[in-house]
Design a protein around this ligand. Structure first.
Ligand code: CJB
Length: 815
């Protein structure tokens, strides 16, 4: 990139607006100006993008292909400006044009091609890969509709389609020259080729054209631009034949429909598998297109397919892209005519798998009938992988039938994707220390015993470029003022802030910034929710997907309990609190949706009760997403990380809060364990059952919440308030499903499966400690600053360096 030239920049914006909208800039809408700015910024990085790829080719560097159904990248413009280090100059240029940068940024829809943590992690990883200068592609799907937009109507979640492409996407480039064909269905026939070899060919299939769109992923200040390649489907044009019979015509129509539906919408499930046929089509579609292109590109520059793994590594983001294993085998066997052993050697050296959850409802299993019908050749290959693997089990464990039952890839009419991913790759990693230990000792124990060398931990991380530099500019410049700007690319340097925790003036500055960020969030809440909140109150925040295991219900039951106490005892000591929630529930997840309604109903009652004099406010922020997350993290005092121990594989929101100086109130789950290790127990609030206790109860079929309910008046009171109309005057049965989930369970599921009542008193006690700690402002300020100072480990830069060293073995590009 050349030096920034303000005049040139403004001229370009005006020209783009003119060319696209035939308007002088003074008459253009804000959206049109945004488009002009976006194209201008894209223009600024195009040369770097080209040169990066040229350098990769010249240096013949190994590349990681991060295969993921989700990339929750959010908005691109602000991120690019940040990473171009052009924030100040572009801000100035825009001001001269009569706009402020934030207003223009707000015109961009979030690219919400993901549900939550898993998709956002993929986006942070791409940012780090570019910033560190490693060759990488993100490979995914260009969903026409991303994560739905959430509206709250009368307290209920309503899902609105997210038509993020309606104004086009200025940052993408359609690469029709790399289109490939992906085949579904039909049958497999064996033929004998001219050399007398048996070959398998798929016949009578339906196919779609996969078209890649590339989006640039800019490194911070280093001119490295990697690519997020997302695939769209187009129909293969079979209608241009001169004539066709009935069968051909129907097939052409079916192919059109297939192409239309595949990339239509992201499944809005988090930690839960819906098992829909279309989802398997999506998986194979983007995997097949990606792998075909990767192999073709490799062969353009190399002779020997046997060495593919020296230049290529596929990271499977959860089991969703596991068909990578048989697809690569298919290409090697059927297109390159390799023998099974050779093909298997290459495949198992090229694939690596990340596990993101132990929730059983998230374990992907496909009915064999469906899998075979949709992917007949792939199924054959999976069968052979399974056959050989079972022989291996038999060899190592002779006749231990239990081993086969647990480890087989095909079992009980199902294809078990995790087992396939483990067997078909060289690495299996969990996403936090505790999670990896649980995988090794419990969930994947048999596999760990058989392949101990494959298992490793990679504790998640987040990018400080988005979640501090961009999201919290006041704190970012304060940090830079104290310790210089090295932290932007080396977060471990934040440790240098430690001495300032002892300095009164610095603490004052730090808390003053927190206050101003609370004012910013209060303004957002006022504008979006119409609720006035007091920035002097404690901002206690739980933002994440709505899931029973994340226990938003524990949080709101505790709010109900506090309200009861205040009503009983209006003069009790009480530090004003604002409880802030933000969460989307999967569209079909009834209990999760009932919890959203409950939070809003509780908010309605409490926020309008003059008796309690605004001591408690409850706010549910509509449509929680990457762009408003940045504002929320910056303003938080308390970070609620209260999942049932063992259930949250890592969590990454916890890290974003820490970075922004919030104190964790949490269980010993996921990465909370490591956060507390870094910052010290005295600077966090821990409570609740430990993971081994939870696992032990689970092995006994649960515990008896009724005993607790009957013996603890306060618990009984809040639980009863779910069904006595306190929060649902118009319909007492509204929250009955939640009441029942706590006391009765359903369909073999234990009562209070997530130990909400069991942990209630411990949570209450921890909350009391929070209040006490906050009253000591100096102590709180010190602890908050320590959180920021000790967050170095949680940069995704650190995580990526570990993946590179232990799994991917990449070299940095020389530029
Ligand atoms: N995760 O977001 C999802 N979706 C899933 O289907 C499974 C797991 C989350 O992945 C994050 C990134 O690794 C973790 O931090 C989080 O604990 C996990 O729930």
């Amino acid at each position: 990139m050349q030096e920034f030239d303000k005049k040139e920049f403004k001229k370009n914006v005006e020209e783009y607006v003119g060319v696209f909208f035939r308007k002088p800039i003074e008459e253009a809408s804000r959206q049109q100006v945004y488009q002009g700015v976006a194209y201008t910024v894209k223009n600024m990085i195009i040369d770097d993008w080209l040169e990066t790829h040229k350098a990769y080719e010249e240096q013949d560097l190994k590349t990681v292909y991060y295969l993921s159904m989700e990339f929750l990248v959010g908005r691109a413009l602000g991120n690019m400006i940040t990473n171009l280090k052009a924030d100040t100059s572009i801000r100035e240029a825009l001001e001269e044009l009569g706009y402020d940068l934030e207003t223009i940024e707000d015109e961009e829809p979030d690219a919400a091609l993901g549900n939550g943590g898993l998709g956002r992690l993929a986006a942070c990883f791409l940012d780090s890969l570019s910033t560190l200068g490693y060759p990488a592609y993100g490979c995914g799907i260009r969903y026409k509709y991303g994560m739905f937009e959430q509206k709250i109507e009368n307290g209920y979640q309503v899902e609105v389609p997210d038509n993020w492409l309606k104004n086009g996407n200025p940052f993408e480039i359609k690469r029709s020259e790399y289109a490939t064909t992906v085949k579904f269905g039909g049958y497999v026939r064996m033929i004998r080729d001219e050399y007398g070899n048996d070959r398998f060919v798929q016949e009578n299939y339906q196919s779609v054209r996969a078209i890649p769109y590339d989006m640039p992923i800019l490194g911070y200040g280093n001119h490295v631009v990697n690519t997020l390649r997302i695939w769209d489907a187009e129909a293969i044009d079979t209608f241009n034949l001169d004539s066709f019979d009935k069968g051909e015509y129907e097939k052409a129509v079916e192919q059109q429909n297939l192409a239309r539906t595949i990339c239509e919408v992201l499944y809005p499930n988090d930690n839960h598998i819906a098992g829909k046929e279309l989802r398997l089509k999506q998986q194979y579609f983007f995997v097949s297109a990606s792998i075909q292109r990767v192999v073709a590109k490799y062969m353009e520059a190399h002779e020997d397919i046997h060495k593919l793994y020296e230049k290529v590594v596929f990271q499977l983001n959860d089991t969703h892209p596991t068909v990578t294993v048989p697809e690569l085998m298919r290409i090697l066997l059927d297109d390159y005519y390799l023998g099974w052993e050779e093909a298997w050697d290459i495949t198992t050296k090229a694939c690596a798998y990340t596990n993101h959850t132990i929730m059983s409802e998230a374990l992907e299993k496909w009915p064999i009938e469906l899998f075979k019908r949709l992917l007949p050749r792939i199924y054959q290959i999976v069968e052979e992988i399974n056959r050989r693997f079972i022989l291996q089990i038999l060899k190592e464990y002779s006749s231990d039938a239990k081993k086969i039952e647990k480890m087989a890839i095909l079992y009980d009419g199902q294809v078990r994707m995790a087992n396939l991913a483990i067997v078909g790759g060289f690495s299996v990693n969990g996403v936090a220390k505790l999670h990896t230990e649980i995988l090794k000792k419990q969930e994947l124990r048999d596999f760990y015993e058989m392949f101990p060398w494959k298992f490793n931990n990679k504790t998640n991380g987040i990018t400080q470029r988005r979640f501090l530099l961009h999201g919290n500019p006041m704190l970012a410049s304060w940090v830079t003022g104290k310790i210089g700007e090295g932290w932007i690319t080396d977060l471990s340097l934040m440790e240098k802030l430690m001495p300032y925790t002892e300095d009164e003036q610095s603490r004052k500055e730090f808390m003053d910034i927190k206050y101003r960020n609370k004012v910013r969030l209060a303004a957002y809440i006022k504008e979006n929710n119409g609720i006035a909140v007091n920035p002097d109150s404690i901002f206690d925040v739980q933002v994440k997907r709505l899931h029973e295991y994340k226990r938003q219900l524990l949080n709101i039951l505790h709010v109900m309990h506090l309200y009861n106490k205040l009503k009983d005892n209006p003069d009790m000591e009480f530090y004003p609190r604002t409880f802030i929630f933000g969460a989307k529930a999967s569209a079909g997840y009834e209990r999760a949706k009932a919890i959203i309604k409950l939070i809003n109903s509780v908010a309605e009652v409490i926020n309008n009760d003059e008796d309690i004099q605004d001591k408690i406010k409850v706010v549910f922020i509509e449509n929680y997403r990457v762009s408003n997350a940045e504002i929320i993290f910056a303003a938080a005092d308390v970070s609620e990380q209260i999942s049932t121990a063992s259930k949250e594989a890592s969590g990454t929101g916890n890290m974003k809060f820490m970075l922004n100086g919030a104190l964790t109130l949490g269980t010993l789950d996921g990465a909370n364990v490591e956060i507390v290790e870094e910052v010290g127990e005295e600077n966090a609030f821990l409570f609740g059952l430990h993971s081994d206790e939870v696992i032990e109860y689970e092995q006994q079929g649960g515990y008896n919440p009724r005993e607790l309910y009957n013996s603890d008046r306060d618990i009984k009171r809040v639980v009863d308030q779910l069904v006595d109309g306190t929060y649902s005057r118009e319909d007492k049965a509204l929250f009955a499903p939640l009441y029942e989930s706590l006391l009765a369970g359903k369909g073999g599921e234990p009562a209070d499966r997530y130990f909400i009542l069991k942990d209630f008193r411990a949570y209450e006690a921890a909350q009391e400690k929070v209040e006490k700690a906050y009253r000591n402002m100096e102590g709180w300020a010190k602890a908050a600053m320590k959180n920021t100072a000790k967050c170095g480990k949680f940069s995704s830069d650190r995580t990526i360096e570990e993946y590179v060293k232990d799994i991917w073995h990449l070299s940095k590009v020389q530029k």
